[in-house]
Design a protein around this ligand. Sequence first.
Ligand code: GLC
Ligand code: CA
Length: 541
Amino acid sequence: MQEKKWWHDKVIYEIYPKSFKDDNNDGIGDIKGIISKLDYLKDLGVDIIWITPFFLSPMVDNGYDVEDYTKVNPIFGTMDDVDLLLDELKKREMYLMIDIVANHTSDKHPWFIESRKSKDNPYRDFYIWRETPPYERTSCFGDSAWTLDPLTNEYYYHEFAKEQPDLNWENPKVMDAFSSFIEFWLKKGVKGIRFDVIHFLGKEIDKDIHGYGPTLHEKVKELKHKSFGKYDIVTVGEAWGELQNAIDFSSYENDELDMVFQFEHTSYTNDRNKHGKWTPRPINMKDIRDILFKYQRALNDVAWNTLFVENHDLGRAINRFGDLNYYRESGTMIPTMMYFLKGTPYLYQGQEIGMINIRMNDISEYEDVEIHGSFKNLVLDNHILTRHQFMEACYQEGRDNNRTPFQWANKRNAGWNRSHKPWLKINENYHYINAEDEIKDPSSILNYYKKVFALRKDERYASTFVYGSFKEAYLENENVFSFTREDDKNLLLIVCNMHPYPTDIYLSSQGEILLHNYEEKEIHEGNNTLLPYESFVIKLR
Ligand code: GLC
Ligand code: CA
């Protein structure tokens, strides 16, 4: 059984700083901008903010290419700004989670600059160099994972862009360096860490083993022992894999990370037999239910779960799980379905106001290194997809869907600098999807999210939502996503119609409705016909 932890009842909000809030009006979000929105976040019900990497970086991959782990990127502000952020969070009983990229650095990192210089440079074996590539491999961003460096005429390995060389975790100096970066931040009062693509740390490059290599878990344990294990923080790993991998990382017994993000429910639409996200397939919500329930059942007593539908790499949740013709209905069904499950709720900036995917007219309007690399690979170089097919996939899965500037208001440039545009195109729908208007509208998606988190935290039910057992309900009805959460205090039933058409459910007793996305409609004992995406939480005992 799990010990109780300070973070078990907390809600975590992901901030992609470039696109969140711009304080100095240069078109790029920044730390001071985040500070100015802490009250907004507190009011929403957020306790912990996870900010994606804000360290010094040439920004080829928007900060996931780190040049110095202990310096703040000047486009985001200064170390003083970060200290001020920590103070302002503290005043509000909120916490900061940082994002540590351990698999690779930027090619501008001083280690790599040294490493390239000569084969006997002391930093040579901080990275992975081979005279000839042992095999062909395509990097996650479309080009070859091996790049020839003319300086020494050897190839270095990069799982991502060529400007993101992979570190050699077989070298103990890499472990020591990361332990000290981590401590540097924890000493400042950071209370959480998200570990980027942590499943790559144990790779055995010559055997072509990349994720989940044989020494992965030893390495994570050692890193914990040498750094974050000494602090009472919360950790989450980004770990693309399967159920068993989640258990291995986060079971109470294994004692590595507190929880991991796994992506079966969001990468469901990626057709793995073809070209993954660039050849998406239609979604069947019953399969999504099966996947999420599988994790709930398996992790119930052995490990802690993450609950999320969006992040900075995925398309928007309403496009994926909902229906734009039932924008508000499906936009409120999604948090009802996700955030009463057992685990820690994570939401991504803009999700709470119902931001949706963008359709840019031309590939040149996109900024993302993955979009451009994959376009070059699949369309220009290899003619595997037509330009049209690629653009259609991009409208669903391209990472820039979630990186468009946060829509603060129905004002020129969505509340960003009026005279010059932000770094990435704004979604034109800010005229009707924006925080300022939604704050005032009691029936907005934003106000529904507030109710979801307020209910989760209501002292009458909080312990049931946090620790109560999970059990699926109405499994025989393929249209509903339904489950109970139970402990000695309460029996709570959650029911969501996952579809844009009605479906019937039979309630064997009358309960007290705690939340309902069709407020005026009645729910009663006996047969109920649920309207499109109708969702509610009811207390049966
Ligand atoms: C993770 C990040 C993604 C980044 C990649 C390489 O998947 O979430 O944004 O591009 O790692 O660091
Ligand atoms: Ca700025």
